[in-house]
Design a protein around this ligand. Structure first.
Ligand SMILES: O=c1ccn([C@H]2C[C@H](O)[C@@H](COP(=O)(O)OP(=O)(O)OP(=O)(O)O)O2)c(=O)[nH]1
Ligand SMILES: [Mg+2]
Length: 152
């Protein structure tokens, strides 16, 4: 069973068409709220191009939470569309428009339209670390082994 928090959302594109859905869960138990592109005109993403795409909303997350902006797998597999900074981080104290940094990793141009669901947003609890400086760290079997040291 999922737990919920209430989050304030502000529509930023009301004086345009007012037709864009706010971020929403497409099925009852999914993790991410799908986010629509608040484009005024079609946007052609050439192969390799990066574009910051507006979403038409701002939000106020409660302190102690963050939102992660993650790619949609369908767009990635079918069209090569990724998010250059995935997962993007929306801080609890950010009040500006949420924007999505898309990249076309495919070989073909991709045209995005107003209202296309371009990303998904997952709300997460945040732990902040208190930095405790020490002279040595506790031993482990792994020690400093990493980057494939256990083999393929
Ligand atoms: O995909 C993203 C990532 C970030 N942001 C906004 C919300 C976030 O709170 C703010 C700062 O993001 P981040 O900390 O990742 O960027 P920065 O380069 O460290 O900027 P800053 O110095 O403003 O923290 O930008 C977005 O709208 N979309
Ligand atoms: Mg930052």
């Amino acid at each position: 069973m999922h737990t919920t928090i209430t989050v304030d959302f502000l529509r930023l594109d009301v004086d345009k068409n007012g037709d864009l859905p706010l971020p929403r869960y497409m099925t009852e138990s999914c993790s991410g709220m799908d986010i629509c592109a608040a484009l005024e005109a079609d946007l052609e993403l050439l192969p390799g191009a990066i574009r910051l795409v507006p979403t038409g909303f701002a939000m106020a997350l409660p302190d102690g939470f963050e939102a992660q902006i993650r790619p949609r797998s369908g767009l990635a597999v079918k069209h090569g569309i990724g998010i250059i900074n995935a997962p993007g981080t929306i801080d609890a104290d950010y009040r500006g428009e949420v924007k999505i940094a898309l990249i076309n990793l495919g070989a073909e141009p991709v045209t995005l339209k107003r209202g296309d669901r371009i990303a998904q947003m997952v709300i997460q609890k945040v732990w902040q670390a208190r930095v405790n400086v020490v002279e040595r760290l506790g031993d482990t079997d792994r020690s400093a082994g990493g980057f494939g040291h256990t083999g393929r």
